[in-house]
Design a protein around this ligand. Structure first.
Ligand code: NAD
Length: 327
């Protein structure tokens, strides 16, 4: 008989921190595991077995999943385009985390295992236009994912599938599309577009220099999912019978310029934009086709970008101001 411990690998990270909070709210016994020292975790929740372990090591994975009923693997070396385009080997090394967690999870007779995959598994040639056709799950093949990070995600998805097919190990996979919200990275080089833009606008307001650097011409398109939708969708996919990877993303498509427009409106500020044409950009356009998740779960992300950005902006505003006051 298992003790009912739910493990969140990557619990010191952005999505992991929110997932731990959600599981605690549900009354679960939770163990959060991350490589970072505790003082660098985005959120530390009381009543949780918080552990610092490097999950690239199989022995650490064994300790992490000891007595676990469910494991959520959200641990990965990752960041926005600026990070993943320049750190492909580090991104690929996350393959050790998922592989060793699967091995340890199977040994420990874990009941259910979740892997956080990414929209970066999709073939680049299906994302060359800003006027996108939303990506369906089947578009991941024939495979030509994002170099480094995307290949690791696709390989790890398949590893989950083979553990399920060959060993009867229950795995679930979600392909996250750009997640944003409070308690995540907003500076330092790993941040993604929504947080980076909020931070730049807050800093511009604070300094009185109303200039902003935008990566590319700003016409590249994306969808962005607010963190509460990500957590709801992750729980629903984990608890479901759906064995194939499912898109988990918003289908509200915007250009990066429109994203800046929204943040400017929230801040009540107009910025002078400089476009950095040689910055790392990723694909030209990407959206999530939510037909499958609607069909299987009768649900899809629904928090509007306006609403999610208002909350995110407010949080980053307070963080930047607190730091400025401390120096
Ligand atoms: P994050 O960087 O905030 O969290 C990942 C955590 O994993 C970090 O705290 C990091 O310290 C930890 N980690 C890295 N290597 C580790 C190791 N060897 N052992 C233990 N912990 C380790 O990122 P996030 O945004 O919370 O992403 C969570 C998951 O979702 C990742 O797998 C990521 O690839 C995936 N994902 C995120 C997004 C997004 O937009 N945020 C999009 C697609 C997929």
């Amino acid at each position: 008989m298992h003790e009912d411990v739910t493990v969140v690998a990557g619990g010191g990270g952005f999505i992991g921190g929110h997932l731990v909070a959600h599981l605690v709210d549900q009354g679960r016994r939770v163990r959060a595991v991350d490589r970072k020292p505790l003082n660098e975790w985005y959120q530390v929740h009381g009543g949780v077995d918080n552990r610092t372990l490097d999950l690239q090591q199989v022995e650490a994975c064994r300790q992490a999943v000891d007595g676990a009923g469910e494991v959520y693997n959200l641990a990965a070396d990752m960041g926005g385009m600026g990070f993943i385009e320049n750190n492909k080997a580090l991104c690929m090394l996350s393959v050790l985390i998922n592989t060793n967690l699967l091995l340890a999870g199977r040994e420990a007779d874990v009941n259910r295992y979740f892997f956080a995959s990414s929209a970066c598994v999709y073939a680049a040639d299906k994302q060359v236009s800003t006027d996108v056709t939303a990506l369906r799950e089947q578009d991941a093949y024939p495979a030509m994912p994002e170099d480094g990070y995307g290949w690791e995600k696709l390989f790890s998805e398949r590893m989950c599938r083979h553990f399920r097919e060959d060993f009867g190990f229950t795995t679930r996979v979600a392909r996250y599309h750009n997640v944003y919200g409070e308690h995540g990275t907003f500076d330092g080089g790993r941040e993604k577009a929504p947080a980076a833009i909020c931070r730049k606008v807050v800093q511009a307001k604070l300094s009185g220099h109303h200039d902003i650097e935008v990566w590319g011409d700003g016409e590249q398109t994306r969808s962005f999912m607010y963190i509460s939708d990500c957590i709801d969708g992750t729980s629903k996919i984990m608890d479901s019978d759906i064995t194939e990877p499912l898109n988990l993303g918003s289908s509200e498509l915007v250009s990066i310029n429109q994203l800046v427009d929204i943040v400017e409106e929230i801040a009540g500020l107009k910025m002078k934009r400089t476009h950095l044409l040689d910055a790392p950009l990723g694909v030209r356009g990407r959206n999530s086709d939510n037909t499958l998740i609607r069909k299987y779960l009768d649900w899809e992300p629904s928090v509007s970008l306006q609403e999610g950005l208002e909350r995110t902006y407010r949080w980053i505003h307070d963080e930047v101001h607190a730091t400025a006051a401390a120096v």
